[in-house]
Design a protein around this ligand. Structure first.
Ligand code: UD1
Ligand code: CA
Length: 450
């Protein structure tokens, strides 16, 4: 059964109290819009239409960043959710099969739930996703009889009796494409908000002698984000889910509640993640790698058998091959570390290539930035970079070479050479004792307190 998606994302989100369009506020390091798109992607949709409005330029960019084939339509005035859906009609005029409407501000819906809605379409012309709310607040209320849906009443329009209903509307609906647009065209705005409510369509369908039904999912999936407090709640719910999934997938989390995942984090089986590890977007950790406590990782790839941290930072473009070791207080950015490389302590390796089995001594820095441009450092295999070496890029160190600790390397080092680039040491016998005596005498001669 083919399906297309319409994702509503035009609203400003007044209650967020923000300049940023609501759907671009992040959960798990990605705009909430991406979460809705990801849930829908699992259905392999023919077309995905995002309805943008407030901040349309930024919303369009975000939509295309997630899915370059997404279609974006702009709803110039936000006249309500049915009006928003109607904007997608021209783009889906010839669409076969069903349309699933998702709200960009409802990011936690799971793919399995959308599949259950598709299945329920065999029984109902219009399928609405509902949930039992612990605190129904301002959600629309579903007036039902068993699985059959009589109508949806918006909070503002609901009677006291209807407000007492705790079965609420998530906003997600699944309807045949042609029927959806014909129903939406019929929606009026004679209600408390003066808006075109998508929630009118079950009743309009019933008036045509068609049936409307409800699929119920856990409340955790349908949290609608309207405030910063709800954004924080959604973040917590997303993290709880990501942690549970990682554990299920055979990942060891020593202290799960302290590990933060991104929407696209991939962690292989038998990886070990210590406490207080933060994953930004774009991280892949292969099977059996270990990330010790207090690491920040973003846009990086850690291969099998590698170990990172504690207290390490991997930034975008950090590529760690098998059995690489990155230790404490080390930052790696846009650098490829081949098999078996060791960067144990207190180093910055940025814009660099490091060959296999090379050892980078403590306190080494690739000086990649000259104040205007970035330059690359190339270090061969089996190299020994002495502690506190400054590698002033662009610079190359050949295979099997060694740099003396404390060196400032500004010229290429040939393979198998030793490079020493520091002042020669001079020892002055007895001078320390004489110097201390002199200083103590000066101190003793001073008035007290100075
Ligand atoms: C909506 C539902 C309500 C449901 C709740 C679930 C309607 C009328 N009400 O209420 O029954 O319980 O969601 O969270 O649908 N949008 C547009 N264009 C518009 C208006 C809205 O794109 O003209 C988008 C918003 O950006 C948002 C989504 O649609 O992503 C929902 O709109 P919102 O105003 O938040 O609806 P609620 O009042 O929360
Ligand atoms: Ca909402």
């Amino acid at each position: 059964m083919s399906v297309s998606l319409v994702i509503l994302a035009a609203g400003m989100g007044t209650r967020m109290n923000s300049d940023l369009p609501k759907v671009l506020h992040q959960i798990g390091g990605s705009p909430m819009l991406h979460h809705a798109m990801q849930a829908g992607r699992a259905l392999d949709p023919d077309r995905t239409v995002v309805v943008a409005g407030y901040g349309a330029k930024a919303v369009t960019k975000a939509a295309l960043a997630f899915d370059e084939d997404a279609l974006v339509v702009v709803q110039a005035e936000q006249l309500g959710t049915a009006h928003a859906v109607a904007q997608a009609a021209p783009l889906l005029a010839d669409a076969a099969g069903d349309v699933i409407v998702l709200y960009g501000d409802t990011p936690l819906v799971r793919a399995e739930t959308l599949e259950a809605m598709q299945a329920a379409r065999a029984r109902h012309a219009v399928v609405v996703l509902g949930f039992h709310a612990a605190d129904p607040g301002r959600y629309g209320r579903l007036i039902t009889n068993g699985e059959s849906l009589h109508k949806i009443v918006e909070y503002k329009d609901a009677s006291a009796e209807e407000r007492a209903v705790t079965l609420c509307n998530s906003g997600v609906v699944c309807v045949d494409a042609r029927l959806l647009f014909s129903l939406v065209a019929e929606v009026g705005n004679a209600n408390a908000a003066g808006e075109y409510y998508l929630t009118d369509i079950p009743e309009l369908a019933r008036k045509r002698g068609l049936s409307a039904g409800v699929v119920i999912c856990p409340e955790a999936e349908t949290l609608g984000i309207n405030t910063r407090a709800q954004l924080a709640q959604a973040e917590a719910a997303f993290q709880a889910r990501a942690r549970a999934e990682a554990l299920d997938n055979g990942v060891t989390l020593t202290a799960p509640d302290t590990v933060f995942f991104a929407l696209d984090t991939v962690v292989g089986r038998d990886a070990i993640i210590g406490p207080n590890v933060i994953f930004g977007p774009g991280v892949t950790i292969e099977s059996g790698a270990e990330i010790k406590g207090f690491c920040h990782l973003e846009g990086c790839h850690v291969s099998r058998g590698a170990s990172v941290g504690p207290f390490a930072r991997l930034r975008p473009g950090a590529e760690l091959a098998e059995d690489v070791h990155v230790g404490n207080f080390v930052e790696i950015k846009n650098a490829i570390l081949d098999e078996g490389v060791k960067v144990g302590h207190l180093s910055y390796i940025g814009d660099a290539d490091v060959g296999e089995q090379t050892n980078i001594g403590a306190g080494t820095v690739t000086c990649n930035y000259d104040g205007v441009m970035k330059h690359r450092t190339r270090i061969g295999k089996n190299v020994f970079i002495g502690s506190d070496t400054m590698l002033v890029a662009p610079v190359t160190v050949g295979d099997g070479a060694l740099t003396a600790s404390g060196s400032v390397i500004t010229q290429d080092v040939p393979a198998e050479a030793i490079a020493v680039a520091r002042a020669r040491q001079i020892n002055k016998p007895g001078l320390a004792t004489r110097l201390f005596e002199k200083l103590r005498a000066i101190k003793a001669a001073k008035p007290k307190g100075q």
